[in-house]
Design a protein around this ligand. Structure first.
Ligand SMILES: [Zn+2]
Length: 161
């Protein structure tokens, strides 16, 4: 069920629709962390599953188990692969935390992390390794680049810094 092609390709392509859905979810639960799952094929996202965060405390996330299982079944049925888990760090940092690493249960699944840069939500993608998370590229389809220009320009600029 796990597909490593997004990791071996070194990038994840997120559709405009998926991007906007995640961002809206992240904003709607702020200042709590949002969490959810992303399915797709190869290194291209197809569907976002918003999952309730049932973690006690503010600076962590735990996906509500029954919602997570429902998402797993839906991914299985759809024939797509489980590509990524997304969550947010409303107060930073812009990379996965030590706890994220310790509790990461899906080594072949990418970590899509939303954080804020100068008040604007940005999204970065990381691949798990036993030593830590390594950032990989996030790209958007050509037809979405104009619409996402402000958000993604920030993300792109940060990557090349
Ligand atoms: Zn985290």
């Amino acid at each position: 069920m796990y597909n490593v092609s997004a990791m071996t390709a070194g990038c994840l392509e997120v559709s405009l629709e998926n991007w906007q859905q995640m961002k809206a979810h992240v904003q709607s639960v702020d200042p709590r962390e949002a969490c959810g799952m992303v399915s797709g094929r190869g290194h291209v996202s197809e569907k976002v599953y918003e999952v309730k965060n049932v973690a006690a405390g503010e600076h962590r996330f735990r996906m509500e188990p029954s919602e997570q299982v429902r998402a797993f079944f839906d991914i299985e049925r759809s024939g797509y692969d489980f590509l990524a888990i997304y969550h947010s760090h409303p107060d930073g940092p812009a990379r996965p935390s030590r706890i994220d690493h310790e509790e990461w249960c899906y080594p072949h699944v990418l970590c899509l992390l939303w954080s804020r840069d100068a008040g604007e939500w940005i999204c970065k993608v990381f691949a798990y390794s036993t030593e830590g998370f390594n950032e990989v590229s996030l790209c958007v389809p050509d037809n979405a680049s104009d619409i996402l220009s402000s958000d993604q320009a920030v993300a792109r600029e940060q990557r090349t810094r």
